[in-house]
Write a protein that binds this ligand. Sequence first.
Ligand SMILES: *Cc1c(COP(=O)(O)O)cnc(C)c1O
Length: 391
Amino acid sequence: MTTGLEDNARIHQTEQRYALEVFPKRDITLVKGSGAEVWDDRGHRYIDCVAGIGVANIGHANPAVADALAEQARTLVACPGIFYNDARARLLAKLAEIAPPGLSRGFFCNSGAETIEAAIKFARLTTGRTGVVSAMRGFHGRTLGALSATHKKQYREGFGPLVPGFTFVPFNNAARLRPAVDEDTAAVVIEPVQGEGGIRPASAEFLRAARDICDETGALLVFDEIQTGFCRTGRMFACEHHGVVPDILCLAKAIAGGVPMGAVLANDRIRPPPGKHGTTYGGNPLVCAAGLAAIRFMEEEGLAARAERLGEHFRARFEPLLPRRVRAFRQIGLMIGVELRERCRPYIDALAAAGVLTLPAGATVIRLLPPLVISEGQIDEVVEALAGVLG
Ligand SMILES: *Cc1c(COP(=O)(O)O)cnc(C)c1O
């Protein structure tokens, strides 16, 4: 495979020389993808259970999105929110159609963290309050507002002072949430399944309690479905599993087939006046065309049902083989966590050598977020590699 750079070592050297090294790098150069597979510059093929970190739900290099991008790129790319636009209008209407009831208005931005920033601003503006309550082990992004709602010390350290008004409660603990939310609380921000925190589903009881507590106190309930949204857990949105509807839903990652995009969906309580919030790129016609093509593909291919069925297939194959190193196995749709009794890093490297890309969620959890177009045969390959490496 030609990369334009002479060889593997050269690519490494170039990135190492010219990039700010904010990422702990892995020794793999990816140059091509198709469906649930990616290839490195030496022609090695991998089954990709990283999927751009839960981005490529509809598969790598999806032709429907490629066509939509090409066509829109030749039509109109830049159109800020101060004008109306056909591609944006179509995507807004589509999102309102698939969203949980009442979440009929949307704001577009460019990343997950930006949706959390917008949600916090909208919640403060709507309630006139400042407090934000979120969960321990939660992850909401790297910008200062989103980081202030993120609990883990490793992410926060060195960046203070963070935004005042943010507090934390233990995840899945309704009894601790109740006293933490009061008449000063603008928002409660929760992931229905914690992703970075180790693939930990919220209980129905916790989500329902959060809804009740918000209703009682007038706080807004914000669900961060940046990782769980768009069929990943076997539903279009993970909150559908328990029928709990937030006031604000934050979406990104898989929304536009891999093109950078975030969306905040909100109910009628949220009415930011014109001029108070904005973005240059957010909701431009290019990403909206990609988003619409991606969501249509999810609907046409029934990806939510497929994720549910293939997740069960994974469980049925893996559970009988469960290696002793595994402390816990958590699976909801194709959002999968294998928690080990030891550090996961060496096993993630061994899996890559065996042709399966996975990623950590904390020090001990191997996380798998395969494209939802993955086949049963490919899942069997992944299970075999996992059992082999861990066994
Ligand atoms: C990835 C992620 C974010 C941050 O999204 P970015 O696009 O990286 O800013 C926030 N919350 C959750 C749950 C995520 O998985």
